[in-house]
Design a protein around this ligand. Sequence first.
Ligand code: GUN
Length: 300
Amino acid sequence: MSAKIIDGKAFAATVRERVAVHVARLKADHSITPGLAVVLVGEDPASQVYVRSKGKMTVEVGMNSYEHKLDADTSEADLLALIQQLNNDEDVHGILVQLPLPNHLNEDLVINAIDPAKDVDGFCLSNVGKLATGQKSMVPCTPLGCLMMLRDHHGSLSGLNAVVIGRSNIVGKPMAALLLGDSCTVTIAHSRTKDLPDVVRGADIVVAAVGRPEMVPGDWIKKGATVIDVGINRIDAPERGEGKTRLVGDVDFGSASEVAGAITPVPGGVGPMTIACLLANTVTACSRANGLIEPDDLTV
Ligand code: GUN
């Protein structure tokens, strides 16, 4: 192995410590406790794990966590009514509706019902538009975490060739916007991209966000490139015993770490940074809502 391992777990812990300092200040100086509401509809096992983890870390940094678990057959009207109630609740500064939603619910409608000032996911149209045009916004947590790790490793990203594999609204598109904002030359590759291996071979920075286990092998990676693996895929691991599973990314870590200059592991890379950025966004939303100067040391 030659690549430096980018330790997202340790980085996220430092971000959470900074968040906790700001939360303590908000409490002591202004008697305000930031609050994050998380809405989960249905019983998707992976979503349940994420939501539990978000709630635990929200409380650990001193914020209030409000969890709303709704049945899988909840009507759109009932979900929209809950969002309206959270929009109007002064104790709630951030609202996150865990995706994906059950099929009968219109995701676009639900996301855009969230007050943009409380949209700590940065998914609503006004936040997406602001990010795309370089205005101050709420930045989606996963791409923000990736950007922080890239800036930390490289210093300046200016002029680097970045390839983002995956064009989702949650990761691929906002990631590309952020990299462009840092003056990278950005390619968004996807399932229809011609000659994907060669496209990736031209990249100084590869962000893999496709949700396909170990899809990117080491021989696609340019020597010395930085690889950010957003994928979290559970696969069978019979070598660990019958019925056992393990988590892998979208990148084949074994072969990619032989050629990359730096790489994020799965688990322990992007995942913890996503939650840390969610907490940071909630503090930012809380500060803005109360007319206070927002922290400038949380998501640099
Ligand atoms: N599902 C997977 N990632 C995310 C995320 O970042 N935010 C929300 N709301 N749902 C998700």
